[in-house]
Design a protein around this ligand. Structure first.
Ligand code: FDA
Length: 396
C-alpha cells in the first residue's frame, strides 16, 4: 500500500517549503520530504544568521545561466516586494544593508517559521529524516520509494538544491532525477566561494589575513563588482571575490582594481606637487591599511623608497597601472565545502520558464538552486527560490 498525495515535494529548503506553502493555502494535498533533521538549514545560516532574503534591485541581469532569458518570466511574476509583503504580514521586519540587500531584523529562524507555518497551518505536511530511494512513473503517477514507505503522487516537485556544503545535507539527487527523465545537466561548479592560492601569494595573503579593502574585481569576462575584498589564510575572500568566483575558470586571472573610483595618476601628480619629499611607501600608507600598504610596497614594480619628486612619468604610470590592474591567478577555490551556491545544474532547455515543468515528463517540476540559474551574492538566490517555487505552484 502506498501513501497517495496530489503533490510530493522533495526538499524542505527555501524553494520546496515556499512552493508547498503556496499549494497548501489553495487547499492542495501536499507532502514535503527531506532527509535532514531540520528544515531549511541554509536559510538558518544565511546572511550571517539574519537571512538576506531578497534584493530590491533584482533583475534577470543578476543571474547566470546558459539561457540568460530563462529566469525572466518567473522573476517578473514574483518580485522582491511580493516576498516583502508576505514577510511583513508575519510581523518580520527588515533593513537594507547595502546594494539593495534586505536582511531580517530578527534571526533567520523567523523566515523558517513562516515557511513551515504557511505549509502546515492550511494542512500541508512535512516529513523530515526521510531518505529518497527509487523513483518511477507508472499509470500517470510518480511512485517514490522512501525510508518511510512508498509515496504515490500526481505531481513531483524536485527542490533538493545543489551541491554546496555537503555537510549540511546537499546532494546530487535533483541531477540524478533529472537525468533519469532525460534532462541534460550543465556542468556544476562551486560558486560564490573564496579563492585559494599557492606559493608566495598564499604566504603573503596569509600574512595579511584579516585585512580588507574596497576593490573592483572581475574574472572570466564577468562584470566588475565594487565590493569589499578580504585576505584570508588560504587566499582571497569577501563579497568582491565571491562574486568574481562565479565567473572564474581554472588558470584565469582575477583582475582587481585596488583603488576603485580613484584617479590614481592625478592623485600621484598632485601629491608630487604638494609633498615632493614623501616616499612612495608613505604615500601608499595613506591609501591602504598599513599591512596591505607594506605588501604593495614590496612589489618589484613599486619604487617604494623613492621620493615622489624623483618619480619619472613612466614610473608614475606604472604605479597607477599596478594599483588599478592587479592580476592574480588563484590555484582554485575552497570548493563545495564553503561555496554558497552551485552554478550550472539542470539545463533550462528541458524546462518551461513559465511553470518550471519538465518538457520530457508532464507533472515533474524542478525549482530553486538545482536549476541552471545562479544569482549573484546579495539575496538574489533566495529570490530565485521564491520566484521559481511560485511559478511552479501556480501551474499545479
Ligand atoms: P536548499 O539547499 O535550500 O534546500 C534543499 C533541501 O533539500 C535541503 O533541506 C536538503 O536537506 C534537501 N535535500 C538535499 N538532498 C536531499 C536528498 N537526497 N534527499 C532528501 N532531501 C534532500 N542566498 C541568498 O539569497 N541570501 C543569503 O543570505 C544566502 N546566504 C547563504 C549562506 C550560506 C552559507 C549558503 C551555503 C548559502 C547561502 N545562500 C544565500 C544561498 C541559498 O541558501 C540557496 O540558494 C537556497 O537555499 C536554495 O534553495 P533551494 O530550496 O533550492 O535549496
Amino acid at each position: 500500500m502506498s501513501e497517495r498525495v496530489d503533490t510530493l515535494i522533495l526538499g524542505a529548503g527555501a524553494a520546496g517549503l515556499f512552493c508547498g506553502g503556496r499549494l497548501a493555502e489553495r487547499g492542495a494535498d501536499v507532502l514535503v520530504l527531506d532527509h535532514a533533521r531540520r528544515p531549511a538549514e541554509k536559510v538558518r545560516i544565511s546572511g550571517g544568521g539574519r537571512c538576506n532574503f531578497t534584493n530590491i534591485h533584482t533583475s534577470p541581469a543578476n543571474f547566470i545561466s546558459a539561457n540568460r532569458h530563462f529566469a525572466k518570466s518567473a522573476l517578473a511574476r514574483y518580485g522582491p516586494w511580493d516576498f516583502c509583503d508576505r514577510v511583513a504580514q508575519r510581523g518580520i521586519t527588515w533593513h537594507e544593508k547595502t546594494l539593495g540587500q534586505l536582511f531580517c531584523d530578527q534571526k533567520s529562524g523567523a523566515i523558517i517559521d513562516m515557511l513551515v507555518d504557511e505549509l502546515t497551518a492550511p494542512g500541508g505536511r512535512m516529513r523530515l529524516e526521510t531518505s529518497i530511494g527509487e523513483i518511477a512513473h507508472r499509470d500517470g503517477r510518480f511512485e517514490v520509494t522512501t525510508s518511510n514507505g512508498l509515496v504515490s503522487a500526481a505531481n513531483l516537485v524536485v527542490a533538493t538544491g545543489g551541491l554546496s556544503i555537503p555537510k549540511m545535507g546537499a546532494s546530487g539527487l535533483a541531477y540524478d532525477i533529472a537525468r533519469q527523465f532525460g534532462h541534460d545537466i550543465i556542468p556544476t561548479r562551486p560558486a560564490l566561494v573564496p579563492f585559494t592560492f599557492s606559493g608566495e601569494l598564499k604566504d603573503a595573503f596569509s600574512e595579511l589575513s584579516g585585512v580588507s579593502c574596497m576593490v573592483d574585481a572581475k574574472a572570466g569576462g564577468g562584470p566588475d563588482f565594487h565590493e569589499a575584498m578580504l585576505f584570508t589564510h588560504r587566499g582571497l575572500s569577501g563579497p568582491a571575490m565571491l562574486q568574481a568566483s562565479t565567473y572564474w575558470r581554472e588558470s584565469q586571472p582575477v583582475e582587481i582594481d585596488l583603488a576603485p573610483g580613484d584617479p590614481v595618476l592625478e592623485d600621484l601628480r598632485a601629491a608630487r606637487e604638494n609633498q615632493p619629499r614623501t616616499s612612495v611607501s608613505s604615500w601608499l600608507g595613506k591609501r591602504f591599511p598599513a599591512r596591505l600598504a607594506s605588501y604593495i610596497a614590496s612589489w618589484p614594480t613599486m619604487p617604494a623608497n623613492k621620493q615622489l619628486a624623483q618619480l619619472s612619468k613612466g614610473e608614475m604610470d606604472d604605479i597607477a597601472l599596478t594599483l588599478k590592474k592587479w592580476r592574480v591567478v588563484p590555484v582554485g577555490t575552497e570548493g563545495w565545502r564553503t561555496a554558497e551556491v552551485t552554478s550550472g545544474g539542470i539545463d533550462t532547455d528541458g524546462l518551461s520558464s513559465q511553470t518550471m515543468e519538465s518538457r520530457n515528463q508532464p507533472g515533474l517540476y524542478f525549482i530553486g538552486e538545482c536549476v541552471d540559474v545562479t544569482g549573484w551574492l546579495g539575496g538574489y538566490n533566495f529570490q530565485w527560490a521564491w520566484a521559481s517555487a511560485d511559478a511552479c505552484a501556480k501551474a499545479i
